[in-house]
Design a protein around this ligand. Structure first.
Ligand SMILES: [Zn+2]
Length: 214
C-alpha cells in the first residue's frame, strides 16, 4: 500500500456533488496517488484507472459517494477482487502513514513470497488492511501470479542497479567520470515512492544505499 498524498480541497466537480469521476477528480487522484494503484502499487494510466470508494457506496451512499477523502486510484484487478464490505474496526487509510503501521516485505527473490502484517496487534485498521493486502497478492490466481512476476522483475532491476553502482564506485573509470552519479540517480528513480511496488521493494534496498530512499 502506498503512502497516498491528499490535496486538502476536493476538486470543483466533486465539491458540487455532480460526479465523483470528473476529469478534475481523476487528475487530482492520479497525482495524489502517484500514478499507482493504492493497493498493489501497479502503475496505472491516467485514462485507464478506476476510482475506488474505500468505504463502499452501499454502506453509506449519501455521505461517502462524493467524499473526497473516500476516493482512491485503483487498478481494475484490485477493484474487482477487493473485499467490498468494511470489516469491524475499519480499513487503514493510505494517507494515514501505512509505512509506520504496516510491515510490507518481499521474503525471497525467486518466488516473491510477499508478507504483510500490522506492526501492532492492537491496530485493527492495520490488521484488517494487512490481511486484505496478503489476500490480494497471494491468493492462487492468474492475477496474483502476474502481479508477483511484475514485482520480481522490478526487484531484479533494483538489485542490478545496486550491483552496477557498486561496481562503478569500486572501479572508477577515468573515461566515464559521471558513471557513479548517473547510476546513483537511476537507483534513486527505481526506489522512489513514485515508482511501482516500492512499498515492498524498499525493504530490500541494501544499507549502503538507503540514503537514496525518499
Ligand atoms: Zn491494484
Amino acid at each position: 500500500m502506498i503512502n497516498h498524498l491528499r490535496h486538502p480541497e476536493p476538486p470543483p466537480s466533486l465539491a458540487r456533488r455532480k460526479a465523483y469521476d470528473g476529469c478534475d477528480v481523476r487528475e487530482q487522484l492520479y497525482g495524489d496517488g502517484r500514478g499507482k494503484c493504492y493497493l498493489c502499487e501497479a502503475r496505472v494510466e491516467l485514462g485507464g484507472f478506476e476510482i475506488d470508494h474505500l468505504e463502499v457506496q452501499h454502506e453509506d451512499p449519501d455521505n461517502r459517494r462524493y467524499d473526497w477523502r473516500n476516493l482512491y486510484c485503483i487498478c481494475r484487478s484490485c477493484n474487482l477482487r477487493r473485499r467490498k464490505n468494511t470489516p469491524p474496526g475499519g480499513w487503514l487509510r493510505p494517507e494515514d502513514g501505512p509505512e509506520g503501521r504496516l510491515i510490507q516485505e518481499i521474503k525471497s527473490d525467486e518466488k516473491a513470497t510477499l508478507f504483510f502484517c500490522s506492526r501492532s496487534a492492537d491496530d485493527r485498521e492495520a490488521t484488517n488492511t494487512a490481511g486484505e493486502l496478503q489476500r490480494l497478492h497471494a491468493e492462487p490466481s492468474a492475477k496474483t501470479h502476474d502481479l508477483r512476476d511484475a514485482i520480481v522483475t522490478r526487484l531484479q532491476w533494483v538489485q542490478q542497479a545496486e550491483k552496477d553502482l557498486l561496481e562503478a564506485e569500486m572501479s572508477p573509470d577515468s573515461e566515464n567520470p559521471d558513471a557513479v552519479v548517473r547510476r546513483r540517480e537511476w537507483l534513486r528513480t527505481l526506489v522512489s515512492r513514485d515508482a511501482p511496488f516500492t512499498a515492498l521493494i524498499r525493504s530490500r534496498v541494501s544499507h549502503r544505499y538507503r540514503d537514496l530512499l525518499d
